[in-house]
Design a protein around this ligand. Sequence first.
Ligand code: CP
Ligand code: NVA
Length: 308
Amino acid sequence: MSHFLDINGTDAGDLRAMIDQARSMKEARAGRPRGAPDDAQPLVGRMVALIFEKPSTRTRISFDVGVRQMGGQTMVLSGQDMQLGHGETIADTARVLSRYVDLIMIRTFEEATLHEMAEHATVPVINGLTNRTHPCQIMADILTYEEHRGPIRGRKVVWSGDGNNVCASFIHAAGQFGFDFTFTGPPTLDPEAVFVAEARARGVTVEIDRDPLRAVAGADLVVTDTWVSMHDPQSARERRHNQLRPYQVTERLMAAAKPDALFMHCLPAHREDEATSAVMDGPHSVIFDEAENRLHAQKAILRWCLGV
Ligand code: CP
Ligand code: NVA
């Protein structure tokens, strides 16, 4: 049994194997109805708990559908509806859930909650987003890039905007999958220095460039995300918008990247804030492929966790 907590904490060979398996599982069910079972049913008899302490559309539905396609069953739980949201400890919740279910996926606030769950659970735990990281999203993004453009190794990825949880997992992936990464955004919203240093130590180039037009030169992929994340106080909204406006992804910015550069956004998007609709719906955009690939990538993650 293995936990899937972070991309930087997972073996690089295992990450590669998960992407490759996700791709072959996706190809194997091409053209089938979404509800049709996969030929292989590795999750028959398995029960998966999906716990959400924050809202979700993609993570909730893609995990639910993916488990069912592989023959398993799910229960989707809101943290507030559980004793977890009313004072029962994470450790006790983990011990109890481990008596009922075969795997726990949790979306939570503090990363410490995720780690406490993993420490005390006797079943695998998957990180469905914390304030600090979002590894399942970036596994889907790697799959998406490679479907469109081939191996991501050696490519240049540019993040424009807030150096948030999704950005952090992208930096983890740079080190593990071997691509270069440039962050462009205001200094107060830089990604964590420890993640930048760790990726550099793995031999890739990670740069910070305050000039977005210069940063995207030579980019194979331009990525952004919301300017105000679920854990950010709404009181910070106006300040963030003012700081981040120069980093909006526009057609002009995309034109400064390589001609065949892709555009990604994990969604949900605030159109005309972090990216214009002209970019989101334009020729570079693969945002809905990313959303679909949450399903396929997570199916491979689930199999890896359970060893099936
Ligand atoms: N990208 C993503 O995690 O979306 P949800 O918040 O809808 O799950
Ligand atoms: N950075 C965003 C990602 C949502 C999927 C958030 O944490 O709200």
